[in-house]
Design a binder for this molecule. Structure first.
Ligand SMILES: Cc1cc2nc3c(=O)[nH]c(=O)nc-3n(C[C@H](O)[C@H](O)[C@H](O)COP(=O)(O)O)c2cc1C
Length: 169
């Protein structure tokens, strides 16, 4: 990764060497905060899924964006937990192949944060955060009634890259 410390001001007239950070070696342990502070702002996908036995799960993901419009495609990336096991959202997408990306505005920002709490598998974060499930039109996982917009998604594919899963739909 190469960063130009002068790029932000645009006023300096002298040359300064750009910073070079090797995120796979020297800066590997700090790759997350470095990348997350460079690529900002990021939208949040508050993803709802169903477990194989039909329990609703909700969790926020900032590694998320649209990838295309024709056909419509978006992707988000749940990383594995510290113990190398997949998060509930990733398990559910693998099991049921559907998810809903609920977009987040200021009004539900705090509730979205609460949905990040690690709860036992199958326990719904929605009720705890004061949010409500509403039926989706095309997929089985519910949308969130309070969300300003929701994308009903059918999994196109999931790439596993190290400890990351990149699910697109
Ligand atoms: C604002 C915000 C953004 C997050 N973005 C991500 C992300 O992109 N990838 C990820 O793996 N975890 C992310 N997390 C953490 C997950 O939401 C958290 O691990 C959650 O407990 C996962 O829930 P699950 O096990 O029900 O899937 C984020 C948390 C917050 C509050």
């Amino acid at each position: 990764m190469i960063g130009n410390p002068l790029a932000a001001t645009g006023r300096q007239r002298y040359f300064q060497a750009p910073m070079e950070l090797d995120l796979e070696n020297e800066y590997a342990a700090r790759a997350y905060p470095i990348l997350a502070s460079l690529v900002t702002p990021r939208p949040i996908a508050l993803v709802t899924t169903l477990s194989a036995d039909g329990r609703v799960n909700a969790a926020p993901f900032s590694f998320f964006n649209l990838l295309g419009a024709d056909p419509p495609i978006c992707a988000f990336a749940p990383g594995d937990r510290d113990d190398d096991t997949p998060k509930d959202t990733a398990r559910n997408v693998r099991a049921t192949h559907e998810f809903v990306v609920n977009l987040v505005d200021e009004a539900i920002a705090e509730a979205m944060n609460q949905c990040a709490a690690p709860l036992p598998f199958g326990e719904s974060e929605l009720a705890r955060a004061g949010l409500h499930a509403a039926p989706s039109s095309l997929v089985k996982p519910p949308r969130i009634a309070e969300a300003p917009a929701s994308l009903e998604c059918v999994e196109w594919g999931t790439l596993q890259i190290g400890g990351n899963r990149v699910s697109s739909a």
